[in-house]
Write a protein that binds this ligand. Structure first.
Ligand code: ATP
Length: 409
């Protein structure tokens, strides 16, 4: 089955909002065995949306639209679909009732403009949207399917998981398609590709290699008539990948590095503190996103200047001798914060964000130290400057922390 996504919204065309709905759908469709062969980004413009719909209808079996289901003048998806299918839009009393209940539950008055969101055409079935005011539409006509979904990702994804995907699964009823994602850090995309491609010589199972903010992800997709067979294919290939990439793999599917680090700290009953310079608090912010309410994370300091580092306990003499951007500097930061906050483990992150060379060190050079009572570990990385350095250094610190935590009994 060939599919096309029409992503609708002028704000997307202007670059004010990044089109995450399309990437979400693009990742979901292969799991249903649906081949996404085109994506169209179109503004809130009747003529152009209508033209895009005409083209998509000619080329594709399924058309997914996202956006333009709101109550305002520029929300035109319903009108354009109705006109294209030559059907009349009418207010559905059931949908109106649901809409009124939605507003009543929020204690808000429903604007007369919202009534538009209760309109529907005869060939469409409404798709419930408990997270918003715009129901989706499911249309089957002339052996084609149109699925219209709301733009806000939180609404669209919920509708996809709860309503659209199960309906499509029933419709397609073909092979079982399973996927498994392995998340790695420390190797480039090209290197991962080189190492794993001999294992994936045929198209089944399919292997996708993706560069993500937290490293390189590998996604295995297996298709089979029976679920057990698809599971076996995935397990076999996963085992091979684990063998080859063992020390680089840090997680699977929905795992996050901060989530894993958080679990390990709690499991081992250890506390953590951080001192970072050019990452500007990103490490602390990422850790608090999972450990905010836990006693495992004692806290962190952003010590951008040498003065701040010295005030927080880093030795002046050490900075004079080695510079603050050094193995010794990172270690001193980790130990100082450990002592200050009485934590079991301290992490120090220092480096050169660029564009200038500092202390004779080039942009992209990052030193990370992890210190505890019993051990001290320091690593340095040299990341190519176009990378988002504060993000990659944060990921590197979490990755190193995970490894250290795993080695503690
Ligand atoms: P609403 O009832 O909120 O108006 P809608 O279906 O009309 O819903 P839009 O008005 O097109 O949706 O978009 C609402 C908001 O949802 C946008 O301002 C944007 O923040 C977000 N959004 C829309 N489309 C996308 C997309 N493809 N990717 C990410 N965010 C999106």
């Amino acid at each position: 089955m060939n599919a096309e996504v029409l992503s609708i919204g002028t704000e997307l065309l202007l670059g004010e909002v990044i089109d995450t709905n399309t990437s979400y759908l693009a990742a979901q469709l292969p799991l249903l065995g649906i081949n996404l062969h085109r994506v169209i980004l179109v503004g809130d413009n009747r003529e152009r949306l209508s033209e895009a719909l005409h083209q998509a209808w000619k080329r594709s079996d399924i058309i997914f639209t996202s956006g333009g289901l709101g109550p305002t003048e520029d929300d035109i998806t319903r009108e354009v679909i109705a006109e294209f299918l030559d059907e009349e839009l009418n207010v559905s009393p059931e949908l109106e009732q649901e809409l009124r209940l939605f507003f009543a539950r929020m204690g808000r008055e429903m604007s007369s403009h919202n009534i538009k969101q209760a309109t529907i055409i005869p060939s469409a079935r409404a798709i419930p949207n408990p997270r918003g005011t715009a129901p989706g539409w499911w249309i089957e006509k002339e052996k084609k399917i149109i699925v219209a979904m709301p733009g806000p990702p939180w609404e669209m994804q919920n509708m996809w998981v709860k309503e659209v995907m199960p309906r499509l699964q029933q419709k397609i009823q073909g092979d079982f398609i399973l996927s498994r994602t392995l998340k790695t850090f420390g190797l480039s995309e090209a290197r991962v590709n080189e190492v794993v491609s001999p294992l994936f010589v045929s198209a089944d199972p399919e292997l996708g290699i993706y560069a993500k903010p937290d490293g390189i992800h590998l996604r295995i997709i297996a298709r089979a008539a029976k679920r057990e067979v698809a599971e076996k294919i995935i397990a076999q290939h996963e085992a091979h990948l684990r063998e080859i990439l063992a020390k680089y793999i840090w997680g699977f599917d929905n795992d996050t590095l901060e989530g894993i680090v958080g679990e390990l700290l709690i499991e081992k009953g250890l506390t953590l503190a951080t001192m970072e310079s050019f990452t500007g608090g990103l490490l602390a912010s990422t850790l608090t996103s999972v450990l905010g309410n836990s006693s495992s994370y004692k806290g962190g300091f952003v010590a951008s200047s040498n003065e701040a580092k010295i005030t927080l306990g880093v030795d002046t003499q050490l900075i004079r001798q080695y510079g603050s951007i050094s193995t010794e500097g990172a270690e001193a930061m980790a130990m100082a914060v450990c002592q200050r906050l009485g934590a079991d483990i301290g992490v120090g992150v220092t480096g050169v964000a660029g564009p200038d060379i500092i202390e004779g060190k080039s942009p992209g050079l990052v030193y990370i130290a992890i210190c505890g009572d019993r051990e001290k570990w320091t690593g340095d990385w040299n990341f190519p400057p176009p990378l988002q350095l504060n993000n990659i250094a944060t990921v590197a610190a979490l990755f190193a922390l995970r490894q250290r935590l795993l080695s503690i009994n």
